[in-house]
Design a protein around this ligand. Structure first.
Ligand code: CO
Length: 220
């Protein structure tokens, strides 16, 4: 075992000991069940760990992450996670979380991914195309990445709402809200992009309200 990996196992032992000392029933309580109220769909970026930045303990948030926090209608991996979270765990909130300075978004804008990633990032280019004039109106490269990351949150959160899983849950009057947030690497703060949709919300007006909020944040 290399030193680098051994460090992780040592950390793990120290953490498990610390938790057990703090609360002797800590692990046995988690063993019984997981009942998270949140499904987090975020970017794989190592700087955006769901539990840590929201102060949630193990057992409190169900997590799916991929490059660019994309919800693709044919992605069985993501759909299985949503299905598991909504139908079995009955989470109350699905939160799509993008982040500023996202490398996936940057590569999509530069058309520079190459290989398999090119196909995946194509979905981000679709978002760019859908909001072409707005994205083009921003000239600063970093600002453009951040804007597209926010628009992507709006589009992927909409995809969650339009999935058969969520539509079916709302038909059953499930208490389920889909929201969109953006994380700033600069100060570690999560920002609401103004997209909060439940079974009673009109998706088109929610999208319009969120888009207006994002535009105003960029002075557009
Ligand atoms: Co990212």
């Amino acid at each position: 075992m290399t030193q680098r990996l051994q460090r992780l196992l040592d950390n793990n032992r120290a953490w498990a000991r610390h938790e057990a000392e703090r609360d002797p029933a800590y692990f046995s309580k988690l063993l019984d069940q997981q009942a998270p109220e949140y499904l987090w769909i975020g970017c794989s970026d190592s700087r955006v760990p769901a539990n840590q930045i929201t102060g949630l303990a193990p057992g409190e948030v169900f997590v799916h992450r991929n490059v660019g926090n994309l919800v693709v209608h044919t992605d069985l991996n993501c759909l299985a996670v949503i299905d598991f979270a909504v139908d079995l765990l009955q989470v109350r909130h699905v939160i799509v979380v993008g982040h500023h300075g996202c490398s996936g978004v940057r590569m999509a804008l530069r058309r520079s991914a190459g290989g398999l990633a090119e196909h995946w990032l194509r979905h981000l280019q679709d978002v760019q195309g859908r909001h072409a004039s707005l994205v083009e109106s921003v000239t600063d490269a970093d600002e453009k990445v951040n804007l597209l990351a926010e628009l992507n949150v709006l589009e992927q959160a909409s995809n969650v709402c339009e999935s058969t899983i969520v539509r079916e849950a709302w038909r059953r009057h499930a208490d389920l809200t889909v929201s969109g947030w953006i994380y700033s690497l600069r100060d570690g703060l999560l920002i609401d992009v103004g997209f909060n949709v439940d079974g009673h919300t009109d998706l088109d007006s929610a999208r319009a309200a969120s888009l207006a909020l994002i535009r105003s944040r960029y002075g557009r």
